[in-house]
Write a protein that binds this ligand. Structure first.
Ligand SMILES: [Zn+2]
Length: 70
């Protein structure tokens, strides 16, 4: 059987613990290749570039295709 806590923690202690629980806003930068917002130090998901090199080859589709009924 695991040990049980002998005394309850005070509300101040509970508040201090819960004060550290928060959402973190991720830092985003703009991709120098396609100007899409991306996470820093990550491969661009839109074009697959990182540090000026193509890491992931993406299929280019429907980029220069004229739109219908507009
Ligand atoms: Zn990009």
């Amino acid at each position: 059987m695991p040990q049980e806590p002998k005394k309850r923690h005070s509300r101040a202690r509970q508040g201090k613990r819960r004060a550290a629980i928060k959402l973190i806003v991720t830092k985003t930068i703009i991709c120098p290749n396609c100007q899409a917002p991306i996470m820093a130090h990550k491969i661009c998901k839109a074009c697959g570039f990182y540090k000026g090199k193509m890491i992931i080859k993406k299929k280019e589709k429907k980029q220069e295709e004229p739109k219908k009924a507009e």
